[in-house]
Design a protein around this ligand. Structure first.
Ligand SMILES: NC(=O)c1ccc[n+]([C@@H]2O[C@H](COP(=O)([O-])OP(=O)(O)OC[C@H]3O[C@@H](n4cnc5c(N)ncnc54)[C@H](OP(=O)(O)O)[C@@H]3O)[C@@H](O)[C@H]2O)c1
Length: 259
């Protein structure tokens, strides 16, 4: 039987996984998917939420500072007894209407901290463990191949930094057997995604249906579980020869040109 044909309920048995921002939305669905595959999972965030997986170990922390990021990495590795898979998923988008000139310097720094530097700092605090296990990292970025508009320029720039750094890191750690990949979501129904979409639709005076009509694939929204499948695939042994790559999960949004 091919090594790729396997029992998905046991795929991650014995694997130790850290999912940042794993208490709701895409992170919670991803954490649950790893648990369903038999993994031991730590989720980190500032708070738990109703959808936080009950079988995950929660470690509280604000990862916008070096100390906060290093603390959650250290405590997660201690709780798990090592680390095989790191999912840098925590992120936050805020809109500043009408244009990027409305974004304060403080907000630029905040966006870089949560959307880029948190992943970088947690990764460097975990890298020795991941080298020991020839582990796997998946970083969650945003959008397709297009730039965000002015009101979200700080978010787009921070995610672009995360994309570029992820590729550098992939090259650097590949000789040690550590893989680094990127998942880039389109418009997904989550608490954070809903907040951003509501602000956009209200500002533009359009409905949700009109908003999602820009998605090539049936004009529909994505679910957190759609992202979880892509993330666990890239983290798994099924993707053992894939590194430095990006999987866009957005129904063609931001990746397929319109007609
Ligand atoms: N949903 C979409 O349409 C969409 C589209 C493109 C990209 N993405 C990206 O996908 C990822 C997940 O998004 P989502 O929609 O699932 O977001 P979400 O529903 O807002 O969940 C974000 C998670 O990150 C945690 N988090 C936020 N700020 C934090 C901080 N300072 N320190 C520690 N944890 C923090 C949140 O918990 P606490 O608030 O309790 O800390 C929560 O667990 C993000 O990186 C986002 O940028 C999402």
């Amino acid at each position: 039987m091919s090594e790729y044909l396997l029992d998905l309920t046991k795929e991650f048995a014995g694997r130790r996984v850290l999912v940042t921002g794993g208490t709701r939305g895409i992170g919670a669905a991803t954490a649950q998917r790893f648990i369903d595959g038999g993994a031991k999972v730590v989720v980190t965030a500032r708070n738990t939420h109703a959808e936080t997986p009950k079988s995950a170990t929660f470690i509280a922390g604000d990862t916008r500072t070096l100390e906060g990021a290093q603390k959650v990495a250290r405590e997660a590795i201690a709780a798990l007894g090592g680390l095989d898979i790191l999912i840098n998923n925590a992120g936050a988008a805020r809109l500043h209407l009408p244009a990027s000139t409305a974004i304060s310097d403080e907000e630029w720094v905040d966006s870089l901290n949560i959307n880029f530097l948190a992943a970088l700092r947690i990764t460097y605090a975990s890298l020795d463990e991941l080298v020991k296990t020839k582990g796997s990292i998946v970083n969650v970025t945003a959008g397709g191949r297009i730039a965000f508009g002015g009101p979200m320029a700080h978010y787009g720039a921070a995610k672009a930094a995360l994309n570029n750094w992820s590729e550098s890191l992939a090259k650097e750690v590949a000789p040690k057997g550590v893989r680094v990949n990127i998942v880039s979501p389109g418009p997904i129904i989550t608490p954070g995604g809903d907040e951003v979409r509501n602000t956009i639709t209200q500002a533009m005076g359009i409905t949700d249906a009109q908003f999602f009509a820009t998605v090539p694939l049936e004009g529909r929204a994505g679910k957190a579980q759609d992202l979880a499948e892509a993330i666990v695939f890239l983290a798994s042994q099924r993707a053992s020869y894939i590194t430095g790559d990006t999987l866009f999960v957005g129904g063609g949004w931001g990746t397929l040109a319109g007609i």
